[in-house]
Design a protein around this ligand. Sequence first.
Ligand code: DGJ
Length: 442
Amino acid sequence: MPTFYNGKHLIDTDGNVVHCHGAGIMEYDGWYYLFGEDRRGDNRVSCYRSRDLVNWEFRNVVLTLNSPTGRHYVRTEPQLGPRGFGPDGLPKVGPRGANIERPKVLYCEKTGKFVMWMHYENGRDYNAARCAVAVCDTVDGDYTYLGSFNPVGNMSRDCTLFKDDDGTAYFISSARDNADMIIYRLSDDYLSVDEQIKTLWPGQFREAPVIFRRGEYYFMLTSQCTGWNPNQGGVACSKSIDGRWSSIVPFGNTTTYNTQPTAMVKVGEDYLYIGDRWDPVDYQNSKIIILPMTFPAEDRCELVWADEVEFTETGIKTTAREVEEFRIVLRAYVDYVGSDGYNIFSKHLGYNDRSLLWTREEVDGGFMLRHSESGRYMSGDGIMADYAENEPRLVWSTAPASEGELLINKHSGKSVLIFGRRVILADADDKRFGGYRFVENY
Ligand code: DGJ
């Protein structure tokens, strides 16, 4: 049975790594079509297709810096490649071309065309904050780029598309430097904004919108704004898209299992969450994660981690490993250089630092921590030491710190402070270490 392995690179049917990030999924003609960011060379948007969400066939780079252009809007430059200068004397587009993020595609029954909306930046800075549109006669053909603009004059960054059951399409994007999430109803050819119909959660700074419908409810998933680093995902719902929406409540764990929402796809009666596991150090190493979403009530949804998602004839079967790998991330600054020689740096530790990845091994009374890179267990002498048979295995436990955070402590009444490969013990209430927190995730 086809099985999706989370945490590993997705390999296409030609044996190549799938480059398709910030992706959208569209069902067409019995296939799932995946459109996503492809930042290699002149590529901008790639398209793959699958019948089972596991085996993906590469179809085309549907948008490149050299795509054909057309003009549909006034006051827009239908240009993605580096060419020419603007009235300010600066190049219109940076030397490596424009950036395209989070492309999504819908099929428009009225015109018989496939329409792509996306986030455009000029490749020089991140200030254009525009949406852009491209169109094609075939689902995976060469799209014609129609240009970029600020919808209703608004900034427009992370975005998504949604087609309702009656064929009405909506574009949703983060505005006002991400402070607000705006819903626009599109014209009937899906090429223009008809009207701005809703400003959601003003001032709450949300990104990565994904919208879907189940039963009587519309659900919108979003993330917080933390660049490429993951954060706690949130979900809200409403019975009407332009009506009153609920507050945002958390789903998944404190880092949404190290993902950021990008799409939702329905398979039979099941809903599958598609997330980006960004690699902040090496973008090309970012991975696609697929997890089934469950609905404990009509207006609630939940996401549980699974290493394997198997599509069987009788439904989806998930498997989660017993030994969990997790990262410990320092979330706050520590300003202390001890007279006792501890050299504590006042800096954030990068999320992607391999030295922060640990395996948790359950034992009686708690767990042991094994350093993924070196294979050594965490020792209590202040510095991580080789584990020797005659050395007592130290057992740790966790206690809640503040909401969504975890403090690893309760070893001889001490808390543990981790800096890369160094482990320092401190009293939990030691004010010198004020402001440190650890987050547990996968
Ligand atoms: C988070 C967004 O959701 C991504 O699409 C990307 O824009 C990064 N921020 C860039 O920092």
